[in-house]
Write a protein that binds this ligand. Structure first.
Ligand code: KG4
Ligand code: ZN
Length: 345
């Protein structure tokens, strides 16, 4: 199928055309992130207003030169949740209108299933991933660990009990005087830093669990800043670099410990995939390769497939049709808080 997908769950408006779940014909992303640099985070009403401004031009741009008309599109897919309600509504209302006017089937996709599918994007000329797959999905809104036996089947092994990994990067960056979004800013600042200079705890170390917790790392950073009288305005570049590197390393170490644990508990795992905005992180990629031992490790093939994008939504829609048939076209509601478990069956 050739699917046109819309993703508008947060501060990105993205429209994509994908064939067979893997061949990305277009993936246009308009981000209002720069507008939130000063506020240090997304303001939901502003994000929704920007979605309204962007949605139609982004649809046009995504189709332009790729398809001659809507006749060449087989189905429409859209993120149904979770996310910011106003932003989600702009996407789903538009998708419903297009499906009605163009007479196309409509597929509502769980945002997380989109991230889980993102490692297939652009793989049409490479070897195909092999299930069972352990997928670590780490983003600004979620951090979870999945054991999948097919694209849409499997179980949730662990989830964050408080902040998401990306949120830890974003909040940490703000404490260090770095811009939003914090992940790329910390990644850049931390390059070549000494990861051992500032000690950070290992979260939930005493428990036998595959869950995550990042709030303790955030608190530890706050105490380190206080105890060392670190001031972002006057700090030496070396101190800033080493503190950013130590904090980044602690987040990555926590994520990667879970990869190693999950493989030990589930030796049938063939591959390890790391997806979501945080999977763009260079240090995480290196550490995940080590943590996965001899398993094949994959990340989304482009950085634009790590952070929110509509191509992954089209891919997830295709795999849902492949594995569940017409159920994929069932009516759905637009929901801000969709349970994580409902991402897969
Ligand atoms: O997947 P995404 O675009 O949106 C959500 O679904 O949340 O993820 C955004 C998150 C932000 O918290 C951002 O700081 C983080 O991903 N991020 C990174 C990097 N690029 C984006 N974190 C660490 N290193 C990066 N290079
Ligand atoms: Zn996301």
């Amino acid at each position: 199928m050739r699917i046109l997908a819309i993703e508008s769950s947060c501060d990105e408006t993205s429209v994509s055309i994908v064939e067979h779940g893997t061949i990305v014909r277009s993936n246009v992303i308009a981000s209002s992130r720069a507008a939130f640099e000063k506020t240090g985070g997304v303001i939901p009403e502003d994000a929704a207003r920007r979605q309204v401004e962007c949605i139609l031009p982004v649809i046009h741009q995504s189709m332009d030169g790729i398809v001659a008309s809507h006749e060449e599109i087989d189905a429409i897919a859209v993120t149904k949740g979770p996310g910011l309600l106003g932003s989600l509504l702009v996407g789903t209302v538009t998708a419903r209108a297009l499906a009605q006017i163009w007479n196309k089937p409509l597929i509502g996709v769980h945002h997380t299933l989109g991230h889980l599918s993102s490692t297939w994007l652009g793989t049409e000329n490479t070897d195909t991933p092999i299930f069972p797959i352990l997928t670590l999905s780490a983003s600004g809104g979620h951090t979870d660990l999945w054991l999948r036996t097919s694209h849409t089947r499997g179980k949730l092994l662990g989830r964050t009990r408080d902040d998401a990994a990306g949120e830890a990067f974003d909040k940490g960056a703000s404490m260090l005087g770095l811009p939003y979004p914090g992940g790329p800013a910390i990644g850049k600042t931390a390059t070549d830093g000494d990861v051992n200079r500032y000690p950070f705890p290992s979260p939930l170390q005493k428990e036998h669990t595959l869950d995550f917790s990042f709030s303790g790392l955030k608190t530890a950073l706050r105490y380190t800043i206080r105890d060392t009288a670190f001031d972002p305005l006057t700090a030496s570049p070396n101190d800033l670099r080493d503190l950013a590197a130590s904090f980044e390393h602690a987040i990555c170490r926590h994520l990667c410990t879970r990869i190693t644990q999950a493989i030990e508990e589930h030796p049938e795992i063939r591959e390890v995939h790391v997806v979501g905005g945080v999977s763009a992180n260079t240090r995480l990629r290196a550490m995940a390769r080590e943590a996965a031992k001899d398993r094949t490790v994959r990340f989304p093939l482009a950085i634009s497939y790590c952070t929110d994008n509509a191509a992954m939504i089209a891919s997830a829609a295709q795999f849902t049709v492949d594995e569940h048939g017409d159920v994929a076209f069932d009516a759905f509601e637009t929901t801000a808080s969709l349970p994580l478990e409902s991402a897969i069956h």
